[in-house]
Design a protein around this ligand. Sequence first.
Ligand SMILES: C[S@@+](CC[C@H](N)C(=O)[O-])C[C@H]1O[C@@H](n2cnc3c(N)ncnc32)[C@H](O)[C@@H]1O
Length: 244
Amino acid sequence: LDTLIQYIITENRFLDLSKQWKSFLDLYDNQLQTQISIIFDSEYPTIIDSDKRKLRIDFKNDGLNYKKKKAGLQSESISRALGAGKKGLRVLDLSAGMGIDSVFLAQMGYHVTAIERNPVLFLALDQALQQARQQNLDFAENIEFIFSDAIDYLKKTEQVFDVCYFDPMFPQKKKMALPRQEMVLFKNLVGSDDDAADVLKLAINSKKFNRCVVKRPLSAQPLLLASGAVTGKIIRYDIYGGTA
Ligand SMILES: C[S@@+](CC[C@H](N)C(=O)[O-])C[C@H]1O[C@@H](n2cnc3c(N)ncnc32)[C@H](O)[C@@H]1O
């Protein structure tokens, strides 16, 4: 492979943004698992792979992924698993991904610090957050994204949290319905999170949290023996530290 990342700038006004991304990615592109192009054709750069699958993070205009939910702390299963506010509102999300869960939690009033180790995803998350702040979206002040491996972050941070949320990549099923194109690119970009159990162990042993919650497919074993769970139709939130 010559270059892992190709930069395509369609308008001069995105030149600075593309330069910022390139200087950051020049440092970290050795962590990428796949060849991609990044198209700078709006405030929300598009990541595209060799099969033309696309991924773009846009908290404002992507209603499918980030639609503002009206439901409260008590009625959403992710929030019930986190203690519905009774265990505190300061969440450390160890696996930001596309920020879907982080944004959802922030919309409900949680204060979210979300960690992402993939450099391309981190840049896309941070850019989407900057745009959301400029547009005064109400949840935007409730989130921050940090570029780090969760293990390094847990070891170093002195920030105080109440609860911890973790959504590592689901284990590959043998037979699967065709996933959305975006998900295929996403999986190729981040690979599998084989260190998930170690991350969870460290989070629990750090004693920084009243509770840790891990999102799993219903069919998968818990990462570690759990103390409780909130179970939905296709996923389960395993609880470590206090029952639901
Ligand atoms: C399944 S996705 C999370 C999806 C996310 N919950 C959402 O709503 O968009 C897993 C993400 O966590 C990240 N991740 C997994 N383990 C990590 C770790 N130890 N440190 C930092 N990021 C991690 C992966 O790079 C990937 O982007």
